[in-house]
Ligand binder design. Structure first.
Ligand code: NAD
Length: 219
C-alpha cells in the first residue's frame, strides 16, 4: 500500500466526485490547476497526491478524466461490490438508507437492524429491517463486508462486537462513543460536528481579521 498521508487519502473521494462531474459535463482532459481550484488546493498538491499512487497524466497535457476516474476507482477499491449493513434504523440510519449515492459508489446495503419491535419487519428504501439477533443468520446468506453503526452511544460497542463477530472488514461508526474493534477490522469514526467546527474556525478567523482591520473586537 503506498505511503499516502491521511489528508491525501481523505482527498481521494473528493477527486473522484469532482472528476465524475467533469466527466458528466463531457470533459476529456483536466489540468492539475482546474482540479486544485475545485478542491481549494494548489496544482502542486494535486500532482503530489496523485503521483503517490501511480503515474497519472501527461506533462503539458493534463489528466485524462476517464483514466484518472478508473484509476481512482481502482485505488479506492470501488471496483468491488461491497455489501453493507446498517445497525440502528433510527433517524440517521433511515437517512443513510435513503442516500442513493451509497449505491452509486458501488456499495449495496443488504439489510438494516434494530431492536425496536415497531421497526422490525418493515422495509425502508427497499431494505428489510431485521432484529439485531438475526445478524449472524443474514451474514450466512450473504457476505457482509462493512457495517454502519447508527445506534445510541451506549449500544455502539455491542453493535461493533456483533458486526466483528460476523466478519465485517470495516465499520463506519456514527455513534459518539470510542469503540474497540479487533485488529482485522478497520474503523472510521464519523463526526458531523467536525465539519461545523471547521467552518466555525474559518469564519471566526475571518471575523478576527475584519475586526482587526476595523480596530474592533466583536467576539
Ligand atoms: P435514533 O434514536 O433516532 O436511532 C437509533 C436507533 O438505534 C433506534 O431505532 C434504536 O431502536 C436503535 N437501537 C438501539 N439499540 C440498538 C441495538 N443494540 N442494536 C440495534 N439497534 C439499536 O438516533 P439517531 O438520531 O439516528 O442517531 C443515531 C446515532 O448516531 C447516535 O449515536 C447519534 O449520537 C449519532 N449521530 C451521529 C452523528 C455524527 O455526525 N456522527 C450525527 C447524528 C447522529
Amino acid at each position: 500500500m503506498p505511503d499516502a498521508s491521511q489528508a491525501t487519502v481523505n482527498r481521494l473521494p473528493l477527486y473522484f466526485r469532482v472528476l465524475s462531474s467533469f466527466a458528466e459535463d463531457g470533459y476529456r482532459i483536466i489540468s492539475s490547476k482546474e482540479l486544485g481550484l475545485q478542491l481549494n488546493i494548489t496544482p502542486e498538491q494535486v500532482r503530489k497526491d496523485l503521483t503517490i499512487f501511480r503515474k497519472f497524466g501527461k506533462n503539458g497535457v493534463g489528466y485524462y478524466v476517464q483514466e484518472l476516474l478508473n484509476g481512482l476507482r481502482d485505488i479506492m477499491g470501488l471496483q468491488y461490490r461491497w455489501n453493507i449493513v446498517i445497525v440502528g434504523t433510527g433517524r440517521l440510519g433511515i437517512a443513510l438508507l435513503n442516500y442513493k449515492n451509497i449505491n452509486t459508489l458501488g456499495f449495496t446495503v443488504q439489510a438494516a437492524f434494530d431492536v425496536d419491535p415497531a421497526k422490525i419487519g418493515k422495509k425502508i428504501a427497499g431494505v428489510y429491517v431485521h432484529h439485531i439477533d438475526e445478524l449472524a443468520k443474514v451474514a450466512q446468506s450473504c457476505p457482509i463486508h462493512l457495517g454502519i453503526i447508527t445506534v445510541p452511544a451506549p449500544a455502539a460497542q455491542s453493535a461493533a462486537n456483533n458486526l466483528s463477530a460476523v466478519g465485517v472488514r470495516g465499520i463506519w461508526n456514527f455513534a459518539p462513543e470510542r469503540i474497540d474493534v479487533p485488529e482485522t477490522v478497520r474503523l472510521v469514526n464519523e463526526d458531523l460536528s467536525i465539519g461545523l467546527s471547521r467552518l466555525s474556525y474559518l469564519i471566526s478567523n475571518e471575523y478576527c481579521e475584519r475586526d482587526e482591520e476595523r480596530g474592533e473586537n466583536l467576539l
